[in-house]
Design a protein around this ligand. Structure first.
Ligand code: SF4
Ligand code: SF4
Ligand code: FES
Length: 286
């Protein structure tokens, strides 16, 4: 941390040091202050979708207000309270809504119990785990660059799905969506990898190890990228999935810059990207 960028903020009566404009939740975590999160991932910009990381902030002599810590920046002259009655009441209300959305999620139910949220029955969503946080959609588009997932429906019917709810050539079977999902709502299937090999033939692009076009015989994981230990060993800075390692991000930057020089190569959702690909991702059905 450069000294010029460090900012001291007051949290729950003590002082901690963060980096100017760093997401508040990360500064709090570095200082060992626990704030519950579901839709936050350090590799993606904060969207504030689940509202669970709400905290009380005051700037200077201003009035305290509630804000989500994952998309609020560290700023000078900030006072933060993470465990007031107001905060706990708000989190409880948020969790009551999340339980209605995803009554099948043990993660959500555990948080609901911790905050004393009422768990209402919603038989029509029995077994549902998805809290509609959008992390899977964003990781697929922003980190992997595949854009194989999107939103379908509106209101209570809104859900994540592949285009036309079908197998899609845009999915490369990397498993990043499954890795980031906070409620374990997406599971990778070996069956999907087998279909990939059947459809796509003997070669596919190895995104993470950056081996280029790789014959099936070389990939010891049978193209199940989410099991790729090669890449997991490569990336020291790797968080919990190969998609977030420096090498993968560097590789994507190169692909993007090539696309920007040759816009005709950029593929739109629904169009087949260069190289044969096949679906290998499926949502767990309630
Ligand atoms: S497995 Fe498919 S849908 Fe999931 S992040 Fe990778 S490309 Fe996207
Ligand atoms: S499947 Fe998981 S990551 Fe995707 S929106 Fe639902 S809860 Fe979020
Ligand atoms: S973690 Fe901040 S809104 Fe979801």
């Amino acid at each position: 941390m450069s000294v010029a960028n460090s900012v001291t903020i007051a949290v729950n009566g003590r002082e901690i040091v963060g980096v100017l404009h760093q997401p508040l939740v990360e500064a709090l975590r570095c200082a060992g202050i626990v704030v519950p999160t579901l839709c936050h991932h350090p590799a993606l910009s904060g969207l504030g979708a689940c509202r669970l990381c709400v905290v009380e902030v005051t700037r200077g002599e201003g009035k305290p207000r509630l804000t989500t810590a994952c998309n609020f920046p560290v700023l000078p002259d900030l006072t933060v309270r993470t465990d007031t009655d107001w905060v706990r009441r708000t989190r409880r209300g948020v969790l009551e809504l999340l339980v209605m959305l995803a009554p099948g999620s043990p993660e959500v139910l555990a948080l609901a119990r911790e905050y004393g949220a009422e768990v209402a029955d919603s038989p029509e969503r029995d077994g549902e785990r998805c809290i509609r946080c959008g992390l899977c959609v964003r990781v697929c588009a922003e980190i992997v660059g595949a854009q194989a997932l999107g939103w379908h429906g509106r209101g209570a019917e809104r859900r994540v799905a592949t285009p036309f709810d079908d197998w899609t050539d845009q999915c490369i079977g990397c498993g990043a969506c499954s890795a980031v999902c906070p409620t374990d709502a997406i599971h990778m299937e070996e069956e999907a990898a087998r279909r990939f090999v059947e459809r796509a033939g003997p070669d596919r692009l190895c995104r993470y190890a950056l081996l280029g076009l790789t014959p099936a015989a070389v990939c010891s994981n049978g193209y199940q990228c989410w099991r790729c230990e090669v890449e997991q060993r490569i990336g020291d800075g790797l968080r919990d999935h190969p998609a977030f390692c420096e090498a993968a991000i560097y590789g994507r930057a190169k692909v993007r810059s090539r696309r920007s020089r040759n816009p005709s190569r950029s593929h739109k959702p629904g169009a087949k990207p260069s190289g044969s690909r096949s679906p290998s991702q499926s949502r767990r059905q309630p």
